[in-house]
Design a protein around this ligand. Structure first.
Ligand code: AMP
Ligand code: MG
Length: 480
């Protein structure tokens, strides 16, 4: 790893220097070849293991925890910060640079009552989901590796500590701007400094003046809208959409009790401490806007409110048009200017899935097997209410129209509708094997299918299945 230290050198006052606390008996649980390529690494090795578990220093690394604040479940917490993530700097990659962070690296000045650690099960989940979302073409932070240890940590019971090595193009969150704006030390000069740094690093095409700032915020709105459109299309619920978990680059960020939908359920809540369903699946689009409004508020010292409002007003259009683009591709609808009726057609289909208690991913995948000339299909076979389905299908058939090359059409559907997603019960099975027998084979199998989720994997077909009874609506512990 070769590091650059722009954040560290240019944003003094936005972090605290802190060294990781070593993990004892570290061992690789998982390694992502494709993430490694992003920062020019080849294979894992013993020295890297010692570096990334905090046992020895990595040459060129600085060690720091960033300070930020955020709205958590609607309420403002004036000071959060990296309570258990320690950043080493920006690793220089062949295409772009990536912050390297040790999540679970030990206590920092922002740990509050926490121990600065992550338990193995949550580290493994973060590792798997980061790489799974990337393979689904959803904007996301990445995970180079997950490192296990024999260090005991206490949650509801005794568990062991682990580190996820996170790669992020930036760790700057909405909460960074909120911290500067709302904290006592925050002033306009400091906010301008942070905005200019963000522009220079990540939006270099924009000028550092009033016009550039407006364009920047408009781009942040568009990226956030696009991110959430992706989640809605792929059936992903993040679970903790606090403003401190919102990346300024519009990447999926900071994973906790996330879940893909198994059975389609619009109001699905994956976070069992989210008693009011604030972060329910169907609330995500609205929450994205709410979070952007909090960011806009924090930016008022440097961007005029008319400009902020103009940008916020583009959110809905960006979200809907991107969602439509993704869903049209999944269903095989040509791009046309009939947004309202297409949204209705898509909504009627998801209602059918909900009413018939069908799996979202597996049902979508069956679009790749429709032959379009007849109403009978695998999709229809799953429906309890075939009458309602037939009514929907005839509207759909009319909308799709004549398909000249059905094989090519089916192939395109299969490239838009994944067969494999990270189902909670599968992650859970992999975690249990590691806990009980230090056996990482299931984790590796999951990594394999999730790395190419649109392909068939005939020997690992079982990893595409709906959860068995024990794995339905799995309640996962929130403590991570
Ligand atoms: P999260 O829910 O993971 O986004 O965390 C919210 C805040 O709590 C962040 O500031 C984290 O750094 C902090 N935090 C979460 N878990 C721990 C822990 N075990 N030790 C210290 N800080 C933590
Ligand atoms: Mg967080």
């Amino acid at each position: 790893m070769h590091f650059k230290q722009d954040f560290f050198e240019q944003l003094e006052g936005f972090y605290s220097q802190v060294y990781p606390t070593p993990l004892s008996q570290p061992h690789w649980l998982g390694w992502s070849d494709s993430a490694a390529k992003l920062i020019g690494l080849a294979q894992p090795n013993a020295e890297l293991l010692m570096q990334l578990s905090g046992n020895i220093a990595a040459p060129g690394a600085r060690y720091y925890a960033q300070v930020y604040s955020g709205h958590q479940f609607g309420g403002y917490t004036p000071r959060l910060g990296d309570g258990r993530a320690i950043i080493l700097g920006e690793a220089i990659g062949p295409d772009t640079n990536w912050d390297v962070a040790l999540k679970g690296g030990g206590p920092t000045p922002y740990s509050r009552q926490g121990d600065g650690r992550a338990v193995m099960r949550s580290a493994v989940r973060e590792f798997l989901i980061s790489e799974a979302l990337a393979s689904l073409h959803v904007p996301t932070t990445r995970a180079l590796a997950v490192i296990g240890s024999d260090l005991p940590v206490w949650r509801e019971t005794q568990e062991t500590a682990a580190i996820t090595v996170r790669l992020a193009k930036s760790h700057i969150r909405f909460g960074h701007f909120e911290f500067v704006c709302h904290s006592e030390s925050g002033d306009k000069a400091k906010l301008t400094q942070l905005v200019n740094f963000t522009l220079a690093q990540h939006f270099p095409h924009l000028s550092q003046d009033t016009a550039g700032y407006k364009q920047w915020f408009t781009e942040v709105v568009a990226r956030t809208a696009k991110l959430i459109a992706h989640w809605q299309a792929v059936g992903f619920a993040h679970g903790v959409l606090n403003t401190d978990n919102m990346s300024i680059l519009g990447d999926s960020f900071d994973f906790g009790p996330f879940s893909f939908l198994d059975t389609f359920q619009e109001g699905f809540v994956c976070n069992h401490s989210d008693h009011h369903g604030r972060y329910a699946f169907d609330q995500q689009p609205g929450i994205g806007l709410w979070n952007l409004q909090r960011l806009a508020q924090a930016l008022t010292p440097v961007i005029g409110s008319d400009d902020l409002i103009d940008a916020l007003n583009t959110y809905q259009h960006e979200l809907v048009s991107h969602y439509l683009k993704l869903m049209r591709n999944k269903l095989g609808l040509s791009a046309e200017d009939n947004n309202e009726s297409d949204l209705q057609l898509i909504g009627q289909f998801t209602q059918l899935l909900e009413a018939n208690q069908l799996d979202y991913t597996l049902s979508m995948r069956k679009f790749g097997q429709l032959d379009m000339t007849s109403k009978s299909s695998l999709l229809r076979d799953d429906m309890k209410d075939t009458k309602a389905y037939d009514e929907w299908f005839s509207l759909y058939q009319q909308r799709v129209g004549h398909v000249a090359d059905i094989e090519a059409w089916q192939l395109t559907r299969n490239q838009a509708n994944p067969k494999f997603i990270l189902r909670n019960y599968l992650a859970q099975e992999a975690i249990i094997d590691i806990e009980q027998d230090a056996d990482t084979r299931k984790l590796q199998q999951l990594q394999q299918v999730l790395a190419s989720p649109f392909d068939e994997h005939s020997d690992l077909e079982h990893l595409a299945q709906r959860p068995p009874e024990w794995g339905q609506g799995l309640i996962l512990s929130c403590s991570s």
